[in-house]
Design a protein around this ligand. Structure first.
Ligand code: SF4
Length: 288
């Protein structure tokens, strides 16, 4: 929805880009692509009004108009990248991600593939860093942007939540939270972190603060192509977690016991030093 008073101002850039008067430009798509081409029962999302027909201009129409002219195309957020919640099984709007719509092998006129920056919402620094990388690339200052097979920048999505989680030490020691309000590993409460590609626990949400499991929230896999269908029902132990937590529990409790012994040893000074009940330092305490 655009406010009546500012809609035209906002839309003028779309028309300029379409006419080739804005060049070069980067097309950033946010939200899923509701697709009237395969769900013709209505129109689901639109921007602006076509002056010739008086009809709304649908999102897919704008993609058709602008994508071929864009220097680069970025999908921002999980809905734009893979369809997200709107693309759940049975959705009535034909919603899908941008690469599902344009095709996974699509290339911009500059030869760039679609760049996917998933997240619900997209982590702001991840998004800005990706745009910055592309600007360096088109200026000839950086090599081709490295993307994985899901078109995600590899330096942002190469590691799992688990690998960056503050609670991973508890997991390794088989020490699991049974309720919220615990600093321990949340896997038994439904955390999917071990199999989810996301750097938010490392990077935080804003100014380095946050990062779902770090602050007590289970990871529900919001950055993933299979989200949400493959991660539901939320808050149930993920498949395989019983086995892995069982193994980690057995191994972890043995490790925890041994570490307690080591911890108590290294919490004491070596015996040749002078930490003992009697004073052996030569210091003569003042007596009052
Ligand atoms: S809370 Fe989740 S991400 Fe963190 S250590 Fe446990 S399973 Fe891994």
């Amino acid at each position: 929805m655009l406010a009546y008073e500012v809609g035209d101002d906002f839309m003028k850039f779309f028309y300029q880009a379409e006419r080739g008067e804005l060049d070069p430009f980067v097309l950033v798509f946010e939200g899923s692509v509701p697709n009237e081409k395969i769900k013709k029962e209505g129109y689901w999302a639109a921007l602006g009004t076509d002056p010739t027909t008086g009809q709304p201009i649908t999102s897919v129409e704008w993609i058709d108009r602008l994508a071929p002219k864009a220097l680069a195309v970025i999908a921002a957020g999980t809905c734009a990248t893979y369809g997200g919640i709107h693309a759940m099984s049975g959705n009535p709007t034909g919603a899908m991600g941008l690469a599902d719509y344009l095709g996974w092998g699509w290339k911009s006129k500059a030869g760039l593939p679609i760049v996917n920056v998933p997240g619900c919402p997209v982590q702001p620094d991840n998004f800005m860093e990706t745009i910055l990388y592309l600007l360096f690339q088109v200026a000839g200052k950086a090599p081709m942007i490295p993307l994985d097979d899901q078109l995600r920048p590899t330096w942002l999505f190469g590691a799992t939540v688990h690998e960056g989680c503050d609670r991973a030490g508890y997991y390794e020691q088989g020490d699991f939270a049974e309720t919220y309000n615990s600093p321990k590993c949340l896997v038994k409460l439904g955390c999917w972190g071990p199999v989810v590609n996301c750097n938010v626990p490392k990077r935080g949400w804003m100014m380095g603060i946050g990062g779902c499991p770090n602050v007590g929230g289970i990871c529900v896999g919001c950055t993933m192509p299979g989200f949400p269908d493959k991660f539901m029902p939320f808050m149930d132990e993920p498949p395989g977690a019983k086995l892995s937590t069982g193994l980690a529990g057995a191994y972890g409790s043995a490790i925890r016991t041994l570490r307690k012994v080591t911890n108590s040893t290294v919490n004491k000074e070596p015996k040749w030093r002078h930490a003992r009940p009697e004073l052996t330092s030569g210091y003569r305490p003042t007596t009052y």
